[in-house]
Design a protein around this ligand. Structure first.
Ligand code: MN
Length: 274
């Protein structure tokens, strides 16, 4: 069969980080790891990503000298165009603030959108540091639109009272690290968007992130969920790699591995449900 190539989009933003910058440099580091000679371009599910018909690198969005609002408008417009033309985007961030405009494009195009979100943090703050578009708030902004059917969060281990209230307010399903039961059987009706904050992983697996939160997921666990959840994956982002904090590019390599398997999963779902 012929595939709609997955569009890989770099989103170099770290101006909405509450603690540390650096993730704007991530897209280039992930690309280098993706093509690193230490690995090959095969997915575990059998796709050879050396085949240029399967995916296409759009490069980084040019956000030079734009303020926050202009940058978000540009990300939203770019994502809308790609969704309309190609449907499937894998965005490589950037801090997690970019998920608001990226997922907004999907929520408008796909009524009944589900979000599967991996993170140490719920990112549901109503307002953090007087920046409503902070990387701590994208899922509050998305749920306020009323356009997202279901938000499922996995790997949470920083839940405070405010975010607990926000989760209840928006009906968010949270699988915390203390209780991951049910994650291995996750099932969605309709389209699924996947948002991966690399700090969902334990810092032992992914030290190159701004917020080290011990007690997280293993890389293998995350890969297994990407391979096995029930539903149709149509778009994804991988965010919060901070190259300043990385050690021997090992977190960039984790991000690249996840990118390969996410592309493979989107291709596989296309073959089942074109
Ligand atoms: Mn996080």
């Amino acid at each position: 069969m012929s595939f709609k190539p997955i569009q890989v989009l770099g989103v170099p933003v770290d101006s909405n980080s509450s603690y540390m910058t650096g993730s704007a440099l991530a897209p280039q580091h992930i690309r280098e790891a993706f093509f690193c000679d230490s690995a090959n371009l095969s997915t575990e599910t059998g796709f050879d990503l050396g085949d240029e018909r399967l995916w296409h690198d759009l490069g980084d969005i040019n956000l030079h000298q734009l303020d926050n609002q202009q940058a978000f408008d540009t990300i939203l417009a770019t994502a809308k165009k790609q969704v309309a033309e190609h449907k499937h985007i894998l965005s490589i961030g950037g801090d997690h603030s970019v998920s608001f405009p990226l997922i907004s494009a999907y929520a408008e195009a796909f009524p009944g959108l589900n979000i599967l979100h991996f993170d140490a943090h719920p990112d549901l703050y109503d307002n953090m540091q007087d920046n409503p578009f902070s990387h701590a708030s994208p899922f509050a902004r998305l749920m306020e639109t009323g356009q997202v059917k279901r938000l499922v969060q996995v790997g949470i281990r920083t839940l405070n009272n405010h975010q607990k209230q926000q989760a209840q307010r928006f009906g968010v399903e949270q699988h915390t690290m203390r209780d991951l039961s049910g994650v291995d059987g996750l099932k969605f009706d309709g389209p699924v968007y996947l948002s991966i904050d690399l700090d969902a992983l334990d810092p032992a697996y992914a030290p190159g992130v701004s917020h080290h939160e011990p007690g997280g997921l293993s890389t293998r666990f995350l890969l297994d969920v990407i391979h096995t959840f029930k539903g149709q994956l149509i778009g994804a982002d991988i965010v919060e790699l901070n190259p300043h904090r990385d050690i021997n590019s090992m977190t960039a390599m984790v991000a690249a591995k996840l990118a390969k398997e996410v592309i493979g999963r989107m291709l596989l779902d296309q073959s089942i449900n074109p």
